[in-house]
Design a protein around this ligand. Sequence first.
Ligand code: CO
Ligand code: CO
Ligand code: CO
Length: 327
Amino acid sequence: MSPLALAQVLCSLPKVDNENLLVGLDTCDDAAVYKLNDSQAVILTLDFFTPVTDDPFTFGQIAAANALSDVYAMGGSPLAALNIACFPDCLSPEILRQIIRGGAEKVQEAGAIIVGGHTIADKEPKYGLSVLGLVHPEKVIANSGAKPGDCLVLTKPLGSGIINTAFKGGLVSEEAYRRCVQVMSYLNKDAGQAMLKVGVSGCTDITGFGFLGHASEMAAASSVTLEIWSDKLPVMDESLELAKMGMVPGGAYRNRDYLEGKVKWSQDIPLEIQDILCDPQTSGGLLIALPENKADRLLEELAQTNKTPYALVGRVIEQKSYLVEVK
Ligand code: CO
Ligand code: CO
Ligand code: CO
């Protein structure tokens, strides 16, 4: 079963009827939002995964940046976080200590604090965070807010799944891998703040379901279709060449199968671009929908603060029989 299909199972619980629940399960958004009073709502989210790099400290940083990202995608700021870890009893606890230290450093960079956590013994290490964030109830940015006519901006380059796969086979250059690690461990904080300054319609972050998986969730939640311009996508160095060589993770194929019938491909989209669009991302960027007359301001904000490549990658159109069209 594809991870996307599994997530749909999680979202399939009966709709909760509670006037304080501003964002719940039904839209498959990045996090839940619960209103406390007229000026405060809390954001609740949880994310953890298996190591994406050999270095435990870096893995901790990436896993934490990924978990914090869901708070930024909702327009919020993180307040506190809990560690969640699985760890084999045959490995040195020093490794776990380094993972946790890497995570703590990112949480600190986000301006939040770690207040506890839970660990269990397991065959494979896994690490992540449950994060509590804060947002004004009227400033929540949901994945359901995209409107026809909006522009689409992506704030990190694609291809981390492909680069990580190639790294295991020793096929990526040190420099390209180093930059990929930089992108994965970079917080979506600057992009989130740029979004808040400018005011946007909707947002989601790009992670395990790949660009098209998350784009299709946004389209479905917003009852629109997204038009993606394949020649405008920011991509990581060497990722296209590696995809051509077949260095594509299994998850990309599962994402692609799941998207069958939901995505319309123009005839001439090269296979490696299709792979990039389905490639599961680790701690990817924000996909932001915003009115056309605000797009330049957002791009200017990103130019000043954001330290990863970003681009205007498409637009929102009226709902069609498919969720995303790749041109
Ligand atoms: Co997310
Ligand atoms: Co998430
Ligand atoms: Co959201």
